[in-house]
Design a protein around this ligand. Structure first.
Ligand SMILES: NC(=O)c1ccc[n+]([C@@H]2O[C@H](COP(=O)([O-])OP(=O)(O)OC[C@H]3O[C@@H](n4cnc5c(N)ncnc54)[C@H](OP(=O)(O)O)[C@@H]3O)[C@@H](O)[C@H]2O)c1
Length: 292
């Protein structure tokens, strides 16, 4: 299988490379030297439709995996244009190119398409209602993909961590200098390792199970629970001070609203396949064991 990976240096992009390398796939990263050798392009900017089309037409991948995104959620509140360009126009361009070259597209979306006010886990059948620029632009990306092609897999994930900047790294860094760290106890979700999500991407890429799917590890917890697990598995003595979102924001203002409830039910996956994600604690243990 020939795959084209955009955003290959990001958390998911790196994990996707690892998973597909172990399956002997022909991987072309949009940031890799091979792009320069074969196309004379330094790196592919997914916001440039002509470049995306030229790349797909020249390389003819079976599957395009879009790991590229603008993920700095607070910055986007004051830079919606860049956010729409990367998170909405980018996937639109990849969908146009995939349809043009008869490739399939794996596109990654987010829990931020919901406002987090539901009690209970969100399924793919719940109405979307984003409450931030990031959420709105990611939703627009989903809609563009659905409008421009047919053979797509849109995977909504949440609380992702892998090789890169993420909550785990932040907690481990803070634990070096602090005995206690304040963490919110009233936002819930499911920590999902980039490796677990990449394994699911590989599963989908080999099926014709198209459409929209929630794609997170199993189980749920609060950020405070997750921080405690990070310190426990990391062998740190740091204590977690459980605080409300309100108290946390009073001390640490953030411009983007986070959903209070980010728990996604992988309902479509259960309805359509036997594929299951690992429990979040097991996936995290694998990550801490140096598997990632
Ligand atoms: N992180 C989370 O907690 C989380 C939660 C839910 C969903 N998601 C979704 O999961 C996916 C993967 O996230 P991640 O955490 O792996 O992201 P990440 O680590 O921030 O990586 C994103 C990658 O996209 C690249 N990129 C940005 N603009 C680009 C452009 N115009 N053209 C080509 N590449 C571009 C970035 O390159 P530069 O670094 O060079 O800019 C970076 O390598 C994204 O769709 C994200 O929205 C993430």
């Amino acid at each position: 299988m020939k795959i084209l990976v955009s955003g290959a240096n990001g958390q998911l992009g790196r994990a996707v490379n690892r998973v597909f390398a172990s399956r002997d796939a022909d991987i072309i990263n949009t940031e890799a030297p091979r792009l320069a050798e074969e196309l004379g392009m330094e790196a592919l900017d997914i916001t440039d439709v002509d470049a995306v089309l030229a790349c797909a037409r020249a390389l003819r991948p079976d599957v395009i995996i879009n790991c590229a995104a603008y993920t700095a959620v607070d910055k986007q509140e004051t830079d919606a244009d860049l956010s729409y360009r990367i998170n909405a126009v980018g996937p639109r361009n990849l969908a146009i190119a995939a349809e043009d070259t008869n490739a399939r597209l794996v596109h990654i979306s987010t829990d931020y398409v919901f406002d987090g006010k539901k009690s209970g886990a969100y399924t793919e059948f719940d109405a979307v209602c984003p409450a931030s620029v990031y959420g709105r632009t990611k939703l627009a990306g989903e809609e563009f993909v659905r409008a421009h092609m047919h053979r797509y897999y849109i995977l909504r994930t949440a609380w992702l961590y892998g090789e890169g900047h993420n909550f785990v790294r932040t907690m481990l860094r803070l634990s070096e200098a602090h005995d206690t760290v304040s963490v919110v106890e009233d936002q819930f979700g499911t920590p999902t390792s980039a490796l677990e999500l990449a394994k699911a991407v590989a599963y989908f890429a080999e099926t014709e199970n198209y459409g929209l799917f929630h794609a997170t590890c199993e189980g749920e917890c609060s950020w405070a629970d997750f921080a405690e697990e990070i310190f426990r598995q990391g062998g740190k003595k740091t204590a977690v001070k459980r605080v409300s979102t309100e108290a946390y924001l009073a001390a640490n203002p953030q411009s983007a609203r986070r959903p209070l409830n980010s728990v996604l039910d992988n309902y479509m996956l259960r309805l359509t396949s036997d594929y299951r994600f690992a429990d979040w604690r097991d996936a995290f243990a694998e990550y801490m064991g140096g598997e990632e």
